[in-house]
Design a binder for this molecule. Structure first.
Ligand SMILES: [Zn+2]
Length: 152
C-alpha cells in the first residue's frame, strides 16, 4: 500500500482498531494477559473484558501501538513511510511529515524498525499489513509478507 491508500483506508481511529482486531484476532479476541478466550466486548470503549483475570484490554496491548498518545492513523502512515523508504528515513523527516515533535518521530521510527527486526512478533505483522508489497527492505520482510498474505 502507498501513503494515499493507507490514508483513505484507515481514515479514522475506529477503522485502524477494526483492522488491528481483524489481523490479530480473526474475529476471536483472547486476553493478552492470560490467553483466556471467554471475553466480553465493551463496544463503547472499543475494549474487551476478560472473564478469567477480570482485566479489560484493547487490541493494541503488547504491540508498538500500546500506551501512545499518537493517533493510530499516524502510526499506520509512519509504518508506510518507514517501510517504503528506499533508504533509512530520518526521524526529523518523519516528524515533519506526521506533524509530531522530533522526539516522538524518533521513537516511532525506532519502534517500527524494532518491530521489523522482531519479525516473529505480532506487531510487525500489523504494521506490515498496512504497507504491503512495494516494501523494499529485504528478503526477511518479503518472506514475512508472503506468510502473512497467505494467512489472510
Ligand atoms: Zn485474562
Amino acid at each position: 500500500m502507498n501513503l494515499m491508500q493507507v490514508f483513505e483506508k484507515f481514515a479514522t481511529h475506529d477503522e485502524c482498531i477494526e483492522h488491528l482486531e481483524r489481523v490479530r484476532w480473526h474475529g476471536k479476541p483472547s486476553c493478552p494477559y492470560c490467553r483466556f478466550e471467554r471475553v466480553t466486548p465493551m463496544p463503547a470503549e472499543r475494549r474487551h473484558h476478560c472473564n478469567n483475570c477480570k482485566t479489560s484490554f484493547g487490541v493494541t496491548v503488547g504491540t508498538i501501538f500500546h500506551h501512545t498518545h499518537v493517533p493510530l492513523q499516524k502510526w499506520f502512515l509512519a509504518a508506510v513511510l518507514v517501510l517504503n523508504a528506499k533508504k533509512r528515513l530520518s526521524a526529523r523527516q518523519l516528524a515533519r511529515d506526521l506533524e509530531v515533535n522530533k522526539n516522538t518521530g524518533w521513537r516511532m521510527a525506532m519502534q517500527i524498525q524494532k518491530a521489523v527486526e522482531r519479525r516473529d512478533q505480532h506487531e510487525f505483522r500489523c504494521a506490515l499489513h498496512t504497507a504491503p508489497c512495494s516494501i523494499r527492505v529485504g528478503t526477511a520482510i518479503r518472506e514475512e509478507l508472503a506468510t502473512h498474505s497467505r494467512s489472510l
